[in-house]
Design a protein around this ligand. Structure first.
Ligand code: PD2
Ligand code: ZN
Length: 282
């Protein structure tokens, strides 16, 4: 990619400057000062702000879907879940994000990686048109799924999450394990299924929408690999045994739950992801 490409990150920065009330000339000057050619900077600004205006008028025409109940931990910073002490390291309201410390033990992390390793394959993402899955360049990790309750360890972790978040085990998808090698990343996305896509109704037949995600860190990468929330500039460090939880009460970007896995710069990153549905996932 050329150094002057109009990336998603640049678009978000331009929109943030405009929404903060910066004058267009000052935004252009800042871009020029960081090495942008003037004509490309002007084009990037025009294109980004035109698209943003179109999005905003679309949003006015398309009211928010109703909010639904979502999982979440009880109040407090020292919690007990499935007999284990779990800390709330950080929490915020919008997006609803909670970082847990010590959700998994080191031995549990090791065992999950060992059980998953022989079954890893290049990760797939949902094909929006059909509701099936496809290999996608935005997700350069390898992964696998465990069946719900597949082993005593998986069962114990699933019960712990259900207890922590007040959400029945039956409303969870099978646990997904991902391994990222150096350079691998997961570009920003929403975990809910976009209601505008043709393939979504078929996906929703199995348990309805996703309403929350728990990403558990199975190791501490040597470099990179944070989980990022670009709408709010939040970055969660991957630390073995910790987890980041976020919920979304409607399948809409207003939840601000756009999130991604930043590129791993050294070593490997391993995570286990639990997605929670509105209803029973069978
Ligand atoms: O590995 C991560 O940090 C990550 C980032 C975004 C995982 C997921 N999404 C996911 O599994 O949905
Ligand atoms: Zn995700």
């Amino acid at each position: 990619m050329s150094a002057q490409a109009i990336t998603d990150e640049l678009r978000r920065w331009i929109v943030a400057q405009a929404e903060a009330g910066c004058r267009p000339q000052d935004v252009l000057d800042a871009m020029k000062a960081s090495g942008w050619q003037e004509d490309i900077a002007i084009e990037a600004m025009e294109r980004t702000l035109t698209e943003r205006l179109a999005e905003m008028s679309e949003a006015r025409a398309d009211p928010l879907p109703p909010a639904v109940p979502v999982p979440g931990p009880p109040p407090g910073v020292l919690l007990s879940a499935g007999g284990r002490q779990v800390q709330v390291v950080a929490a915020m309201a919008l997006p609803r994000v909670v970082v847990f410390g010590g959700l998994l033990g080191t031995d549990e992390c090791q065992a999950l990686m060992e059980e998953a390793r022989p079954r890893l394959a290049r990760s797939e993402t949902v094909d929006n048109a059909t509701g099936g899955s496809e290999v996608n360049a935005a997700r350069t990790s390898e992964g696998m799924f465990f069946e719900r309750g597949e082993t005593p360890l998986i069962d114990r972790i699933e019960r712990r999450i259900a207890d922590l978040l007040g959400w029945p085990v039956e409303r969870g998808e099978g646990l997904q394990i991902l391994r990222y090698r150096p350079g691998a990343e997961y570009k920003p996305h929403h975990d809910y299924f976009d209601p505008r896509y043709a393939g979504t109704p078929k996906i929703l037949e199995r348990g309805g929408q996703r309403v929350a995600t728990v990403v558990m860190y199975l190791n501490t990468p040597e470099g990179g690999g944070s989980t990022t929330f670009p709408d709010v500039g939040l970055e969660v460090a991957p630390v073995q045994g910790n987890a980041v939880f976020f919920s979304y009460d409607r399948a809409h970007p207003a939840t601000r739950t756009l999130h991604g896995g930043a590129p791993v710069t050294a070593g490997e990153k391993w995570v286990a992801t639990k997605w929670l549905r509105e209803g029973e996932f069978r």
